[in-house]
Design a protein around this ligand. Sequence first.
Ligand SMILES: C[S@@+](CC[C@H](N)C(=O)[O-])C[C@H]1O[C@@H](n2cnc3c(N)ncnc32)[C@H](O)[C@@H]1O
Length: 271
Amino acid sequence: MASHDWVGRKKIVITGSREKVSRPPGAEWWAERLGAEVVPRGRRTLAEVAEEHGAWGVLVLQAQRVVFYVPSEGLEYFYHPGMARRRIRAILAGQGDPMVTAMGLQPGDRLLDCTLGRATDAIVGAFVVGPSGRVVGVESVPVVAALTAHGLGSFDSGHERVNEAMRWVEVVCADNAEYLANVAPGAFDVIYFDPVFHQPVKKSSAMVPLRALADRRPLTAEVIELALAKAGRVVVIKQRKGTPLWQKVRPARVVGGRHATVEYGVFLPAA
Ligand SMILES: C[S@@+](CC[C@H](N)C(=O)[O-])C[C@H]1O[C@@H](n2cnc3c(N)ncnc32)[C@H](O)[C@@H]1O
């Protein structure tokens, strides 16, 4: 779906089936972000409440976690930081990270992630730039932005330095082109895009629920130009290996392992 598909579809916020209160604390925060209505659940099933209210999407505030369901599509989405912990451990072990290499990311850098998703990349970026740097992540789909913002603030990865990095990422719910239009030139050293691939990478089953909800509009040459006009040092775009995008917009170089399924195009702003 494109982010605009989100607007015309009814969303509701309910409690988990075991909760006793009908308006749990925090319900308004979620309702406002999703453009949803908070409705009482009573003893009904999720599907019954959704049907009664003609709702397409149902956000369930369970005691342990928050889950977004689309009953008609069998979709269930909740926050998880993906491979962030494994990638940070690899960096700590001196094995590096191809995204960080492509960005030339350093402590103190300011990174703008224009396609935040679950913020796996942004967390790795935050770990590298550290507290003297800054990471802002832009996500256009409200439920993805809200669940990621909530997860970044509360998820326990079991690794103190990963948790720290998660808390440093700032989340903005917006279309990246609109956000970029208002960014001062040079405000970010690195501007990054990881758009939804036209064809998914088969191994990446963790991406399936996010793919279903994500804004799948392709990245345009105009947005890349805009990013190049605003980036202080570099624009990096993640793509499937062998992407036709590099024929339309030529990167200065491409970073990626020989056996990797993805690669990073590195674009340098005009001096
Ligand atoms: C492939 S996912 C990014 C995954 C992310 N790099 C991570 O590490 O979790 C792409 C995300 O960008 C979002 N997106 C796509 N187009 C966008 C746009 N124009 N503005 C803002 N977000 C966008 C999608 O909704 C989706 O959540």
